[in-house]
Design a protein around this ligand. Structure first.
Ligand SMILES: Cc1ncc(COP(=O)(O)O)c(C=O)c1O
Length: 359
């Protein structure tokens, strides 16, 4: 810490992102919920043919073409959409824009929410999830501040139904509910249709997970024109050129290739169901996930921290959260079938079980 650091930042504990090893070739990386499949072939073709000369110029501060593509896809007007440098940036904008009345989110959720709230000096309340890691609507009924709900939640993967999200919106029509739908494409429903009825709903999406584009950093905010105007107020006070030319171009291609998107998400969902069954068979509790990862633990003979360490020794990275209420579980991203086979084989070995087929 230098002697020049602002006093207000002295006690800030930054977010710790999942490990990104430089050399991925020897590692099975299941620790940051990326998509195990490559982006659409159209994205690959678009990179190859991308004209370099316009890179001299600043990008379109409105990201108008990307906004139009997203609006078309989701059946919204362009003024109901804002693009961000990853959904992280949009969530940060939203907390700045709408944190004035305070903020409430579950105690077990995306760890960045509390960091942004601290950075922007927004008062926040962490509402404990129930014993089974579920959110109970009643626990939010008296929360006056803006709600921030990851749905499906991370790191549990548990989702509220659309009817339950509507319940939160109806508890108080003068309270904003921000639904972080980073993983909603791996679920069977989402909050999008509720935008027609509720102007106290803001949805945040990302291309990082279901579109396999974590590397280009593109997220989308979807909501009423008024809410989006408020977010734009923050964006244009911070970084007007938040989407670079390459990212905008590639994101449009990815959104346009819905066939590839659906095939890819189906593969991930099937992988999740298989992984859940395999881990359960080996004696793990696996929470019912609607995302592209599972939260597994509570094994009779294997502590979660030891499981994470033993997998790491075998070149498999998963995510362990030492915080007390999560410490019995590890979060495992869904990989390709061969990666899942390697994970299950390694797990059998760690548990001292014979290889599959040799029992
Ligand atoms: C719940 C949740 N929201 C948002 C994000 C951020 O995604 P990105 O900034 O890549 O769009 C993540 C990333 O892991 C996440 O888990």
């Amino acid at each position: 810490m230098s002697r020049f650091l602002s006093r207000r930042l002295e006690n800030l504990t930054p977010y710790v992102p999942g490990e990104q090893p430089r050399d991925n070739t020897q590692i099975i990386k299941l620790n940051t919920n990326e998509n195990p499949y490559p982006p659409s072939p159209r994205v690959q073709a678009a990179i190859a043919s991308f004209a370099k000369d316009p890179l001299r110029l600043y990008p379109d501060a409105e990201s108008a073409e990307l906004v139009a593509a997203a609006a078309g896809l989701y059946g919204l007007a362009p003024r109901q959409v804002l693009a961000g440098n990853g959904s992280d940036e949009l969530l940060a904008f939203a907390i700045q824009a709408f944190g004035g009345f305070g903020l409430a989110f579950p105690d077990i959720t995306y760890g960045f929410y509390a960091v942004w709230a601290a950075l922007f000096q927004v008062k926040y309340c962490q509402v404990p999830v129930r014993e089974d890691f579920r959110l109970a609507l009643a626990d939010y009924a008296d929360q006056p501040g803006t709600l921030l709900i990851a749905n499906p939640n991370a790191p549990t993967g548990i989702a509220l139904s659309r009817v339950e999200i509507e319940g939160l919106l109806r508890q108080n029509r003068n309270r904003l509910v921000i639904v972080d739908e980073a993983y909603a494409d791996f679920n069977t429903e989402n909050a999008l249709p509720l935008l027609q009825t509720y102007d106290n709903l803001l949805i945040i999406r990302t291309l990082s997970k279901s579109y396999a584009l974590a590397g280009i950093r593109v997220g989308l905010a979807l909501g009423s024109a008024e809410l989006i105007a408020d977010l734009r107020r923050v964006k244009f006070s911070f970084n007007p050129y938040n989407i670079n030319r390459v990212s905008e171009h590639l994101a449009i291609e990815a959104l346009d290739d819905q066939n590839y998107f659906h095939n890819c998400r189906k593969l991930v969902i099937a992988g999740r169901e298989q992984l859940t069954a395999d881990l359960q068979r080996l004696g793990f509790t696996v929470l019912p996930s609607r995302a592209n990862f599972v939260f597994a633990g509570e094994h009779e003979h294997l502590a979660a921290a030891d499981y994470e360490a033993a997998l790491r020794q075998r070149g498999i990275l998963v995510r362990y959260f030492p915080e007390l209420r999560c410490s019995g579980f590890v979060r495992i991203s869904v990989g390709r079938p061969q990666e899942m086979t390697a994970l299950i084989e390694a797990t059998r070995e760690i548990l001292g079980k014979p290889k599959a087929g040799e029992e």
